[in-house]
Design a protein around this ligand. Structure first.
Ligand SMILES: *Cc1c(COP(=O)(O)O)cnc(C)c1O
Length: 420
């Protein structure tokens, strides 16, 4: 195992780095991951073969098959990152510039970049105050005749009401893409795995995710046409299976490599244990917390805790920034609000920094209307980022000592800021 590193890199940009009293296992290195001889053997096998590309290779195809089998879906398509497979998913819908896609304002930018790149218009819906996910109600409020898809993010590993969202969208011909980058093996309350309920589910293998290859991603669907379009989009629109060197539509090169895929196969085999241990760590941590004005996670059966979210009550006399500042120097890896600004508040949207100075596709045309992204009415989003949401980077490798030390530090910080 690589030694535990300080978690200060995570906090950089939020708080001044201080000397940590305790080093927690972190996703930045193997202290918070599970790489061992099996990944080394897989990478070595591919290197020794001298065939590192997925084209005419076997590893990426095997990863796709194993991924589809684990999730019980018909098709999986790998790509070079989570953002890449999300872009593949959006592109596979074959929409027209100016069509609208409803997106959450608190998510990784990878959720929206494919939307913009395809000339589509992100429309932001507000969030549930406890889960940070869009709800059927907030989504319905944003539906227009231009709405063609919903980008549903299962934030922090909690299922985002996906069955109800599909019930809302399917009769209206609106497609649902599930962004499961943070939600490996997350289940809905009825026990269905997220990712296979909407039209396409997308996963990331980036360094911080439950399982990782550094970068990489997988999209899955039960629709053979969508699967084929995703594969073509990731490979220049080139239908290699027909033997013809032509390009059926505009695609990119988003191919995963066989070298990466071989490592991904080993990581995938460890996923169930990773999720089980993560649920146990968070359950044990929450059991030791005494923070009455903060809502802690409760669903250790269905949630998978990419980040562990805590939400401060409306009437509490402190904010997420104050709580996290009180933890500075303890090494407990917390982030107030997850984001520093909502996605719609980034220059991409507020200054229309897309393609040169055109503002395309957020201009009209192709958009049916010009959205004032800087001044959207998203009160829950603003409250989550600015006041109520605390995110903890716990992971499956935390020991009983890590858990007890973090719980004690959090309880002490709570006492300090609540004046208790
Ligand atoms: C990580 C992440 C992405 C993007 O994945 P990359 O592999 O980093 O491109 C997209 N959406 C969410 C919700 C994520 O957490």
């Amino acid at each position: 195992m690589v030694g535990k590193g300080p978690s200060s890199r995570i906090e950089k940009g939020y708080y001044q780095t201080m000397v940590s009293a305790h080093s927690y296992p972190t996703w930045q290195n193997n202290s918070g991951h599970r790489f061992d001889e099996a990944e080394i053997e897989a990478a070595t096998r591919v290197l020794r073969s001298g065939h590192l590309s997925r084209v005419d290779g076997t590893e990426a195809a095997a990863l796709e098959d194993e991924f589809a089998a684990r999730f019980g879906v018909a098709h999986a398509a790998a790509g070079s990152s989570g953002s890449a497979v999300l872009h593949m998913a959006v592109a596979a819908l074959d929409l027209n510039p100016g069509d609208e896609v409803i997106c959450p304002p608190i998510t990784d930018f990878g959720s929206v970049l494919g939307v913009l790149a395809q000339g589509l218009v992100p429309v932001f819906a507000d969030l549930d105050p406890l889960t940070g996910c869009m709800t059927p109600e907030t989504i319905e409020a944003q539906i227009t005749p231009q709405t063609k898809a919903v980008m549903l993010v299962h934030l922090f590993g909690h299922a985002a009401y996906v069955e109800a969202v599909v019930d809302l969208c399917a009769p209206r011909g609106i497609k649902v893409i599930e962004d499961c980058a943070q939600a490996y093996l997350t289940e809905t309350p009825s026990g269905c795995l997220v990712g296979a309920i909407g039209d396409i589910g997308c996963f990331s293998l980036q360094q911080s995710k439950h399982i990782t290859t550094g970068d990489g991603g997988l999209a899955m669907t039960n629709d053979a046409d969508l699967a084929r379009r995703m594969r073509l989009f990731a490979d220049k629109g080139w239908p290699r299976d027909t033997g013809e060197r032509t390009h059926l539509f505009l695609g990119l090169n988003y191919r995963i490599t066989d070298l990466v895929a071989a490592v991904g196969r080993v990581q995938l085999a460890k996923l169930d244990a990773v999720v089980a241990d993560r649920r146990r760590v968070v359950r044990e941590l929450v059991a030791q917390l005494d923070m009455p004005l903060i809502t802690s996670p409760t669903d250790f059966e269905h949630d998978t805790f990419w980040l562990t979210p805590f939400v401060i009550a409306d009437d509490a006399p402190f904010t997420n920034h104050e709580f996290c500042a009180a933890l500075a120097g303890t090494g407990v890896p917390v982030v107030p609000g997850y984001l520093q600004r909502s996605v719609n508040q980034t220059p991409v949207f507020t200054e229309l920094r897309t393609f040169g100075d055109s503002g395309w596709p957020l201009t009209s045309p192709p958009a049916a209307r010009v959205i004032d992204y800087a001044n959207l009415d998203l009160p829950v989003t603003a409250d989550l980022i600015g006041r109520s949401l605390i995110c903890l980077w716990a992971n499956e490798n935390w020991s009983a000592d890590d858990i007890a030390t973090a719980a004690a530090a959090m309880n002490a910080a709570y006492q300090e800021v609540s004046g208790g």
